[in-house]
Design a binder for this molecule. Structure first.
Ligand SMILES: *Cc1c(COP(=O)(O)O)cnc(C)c1O
Length: 493
């Protein structure tokens, strides 16, 4: 067992409980307070295959689980296009880590294939009879990946909220055609931050008022605020490193820089965990789109969400309140939960906080940041396609553009791994426009055009979407999310 503590106070629970609860009752996120001192044989880990690495890393981060090997096998076997899960592809002088080769063509699959296994096993180990109700806010990709992972999983129900007009037509089609007796999908008039805020508020209200007490149900989350989402993402940083070793590009111990397209700060934080576990990670470069709140924070120490929310061609990164940054703050503030609470209260109340020079210094020791405009994103998709014959989606393009800038300024020449988080086929309009193709027709016609022009295959899970029946048509105001949840669960208010 390992103790997980809230970033905002004294609450401590076991790792299995942390996965089941998703978020601490005081509003904080669960973290292992000893992660900086974790004892991990990273060199041994690098000699294993991908599933072996997953078993070893997850066992270290979540040691309370009794049968991690079996859970990993059930989560991943046969679900990804390749046995190594996340292929590493040389592109120009850099490397792309393709995280999107799973069942829904988004990187969220890596974690959300694993999370249902972790939840089911935790329920069994803890002897929990309550049904676990998973509330999820999505900027487009988490929703489908969570639905894919949890549909028809015994003892669970899942409710997904997505921003109306805030996701691509393909993303929407993926979600609203989802089958399963335990799933519910609902559009919200608002943006992703509204959805995420609504879910957090509903969590708070339901828990403080005990609205589910005696109902035989309890809440959890499939967002990256759940430590069970974060832990599986640590694995592919090791996979990439092992591949570079195998290619002879590096020797053991050489540093590797990772550039990560970032929204909620989950993906890049997992890279930091990998570093704390001993992996020779050089710099972690946080790449933002035009919603550059993280770039500004990492450059100035001021986190200021009081700005316009910009809808971009990389919608999964259209986020102004980046949840997992709270975990980094906790680590950079040496576990000072009062400090973290004060920052988070200021953010909630005033929309802004500033960290001390010391905390900022601690963060900047490992992290760099850059951002990319819409015009630059489009240009980058075109350039990478023309110069390197590699087709990337807008999120990955943001990371590519930031990587280029970063390489001009850095010292040293460590290999650069660009994390690729979605298939270009999830965003066919933006990609076609960028490479100079015609964008006639709906997104499904555009997928076919894209395939024809670039001579690349449409991922199977996307090609059949158009003909599938729409099963979910609910649309609500953002203030009605709690009521919607209670109605769905048949709870009297
Ligand atoms: C979720 C997502 C991101 C952002 O990842 P975070 O962990 O939220 O920082 C980037 N790209 C795509 C395609 C995503 O779905």
């Amino acid at each position: 067992m390992m103790n997980y503590q809230s970033t905002r106070g004294k609450i401590v629970v076991s790792d299995t409980r942390a996965v089941l609860q998703g978020m601490a009752p005081d509003g904080g996120l669960f973290i292992d307070p000893e992660i900086k001192n974790i004892d991990f044989d990273w060199e041994k880990c690098l000699r294993l295959d991908s599933l072996g690495m997953a078993r070893m890393i997850l066992s270290a981060l979540l040691p309370g689980y009794k049968n991690m090997e079996e859970l990993v096998r059930k989560a991943y076997t046969g679900k990804f296009q390749t046995d190594d899960l996340t292929p590493l592809v040389p592109v120009g002088e850099d490397y792309v880590l393709e995280l999107f080769r799973g069942p829904t063509s988004a990187f969220k699959d890596v974690a959300l294939s694993m999370l249902p296994q972790l939840m089911t096993a935790a329920r069994a180990q803890e002897g929990i009879k309550d049904e676990t109700v998973i509330l999820t806010a999505t900027s487009g990709d988490t929703g489908k990946a969570a639905l894919e992972g949890f549909h028809d999983v015994e003892g669970t129900r899942i409710i997904v909220f997505y921003p109306h007009n805030g996701v691509s037509a393909v993303q929407k089609a993926q979600m609203v055609t989802q089958t399963g007796a335990n799933v519910k999908v609902c559009a919200v008039r608002g943006n992703f931050d509204d959805c995420q805020q609504g879910v957090k508020k509903a969590f708070g209200e339901i828990n403080t008022k005990g609205l589910l007490t005696g109902s035989g149900m309890s809440l959890s989350s499939a967002n990256s605020i759940n430590i069970g989402r974060l832990a599986p993402q640590v694995v592919y940083y090791f996979i990439a490193y092992a591949k570079l070793l195998g290619l002879g590009r590096i020797k053991k111990g050489d540093l590797v820089d990772y550039v990560v397209p970032t929204g909620n700060f989950g993906d890049i934080l997992a890279g930091y965990f990998a570093k704390l576990m001993g992996l020779p990670v050089g710099r972690l470069v946080c790449a933002s789109n035009a919603n550059r709140v993280l770039t500004d924070f990492l450059n100035t120490g001021v986190y200021d969400r009081r700005r316009d929310f910009i809808r971009t061609s990389s919608p999964s990164m259209d986020i102004l309140v980046s949840s997992n940054l709270e975990r980094l703050l906790y680590l950079a503030a040496e576990g000072d939960t009062a400090y973290v609470s004060a920052c988070m209260e200021a953010l909630a109340k005033d929309g802004v906080y500033q960290v001390s020079d010391k905390v900022l210094q601690n963060i900047r020791r490992d992290f760099s940041a850059g951002c990319c405009s819409e015009a630059e994103t489009e240009k980058t998709i075109g350039r990478v396609w023309r110069d390197c014959a590699y087709l990337c989606d807008p999120h990955t393009a943001v990371a590519f553009a930031v990587a280029e800038e970063y390489k001009k300024q850095r010292q040293g020449g460590a290999p650069v791994v660009v994390l690729s988080t979605a298939s270009p086929y999830k965003f066919p309009a933006a990609v076609l426009k960028a490479i100079g193709g015609g964008t006639e027709g709906d997104e499904f016609a555009q997928m076919e055009t894209l395939s024809r022009i670039t001579n690349t295959p449409i991922p199977q899970n996307l090609s059949g979407l158009r003909s599938r029946e729409v099963l979910h048509k609910d649309l609500i105001d953002k203030d009605d999310m709690l009521n919607y949840i209670l109605d769905t669960l048949n709870i009297r208010k």
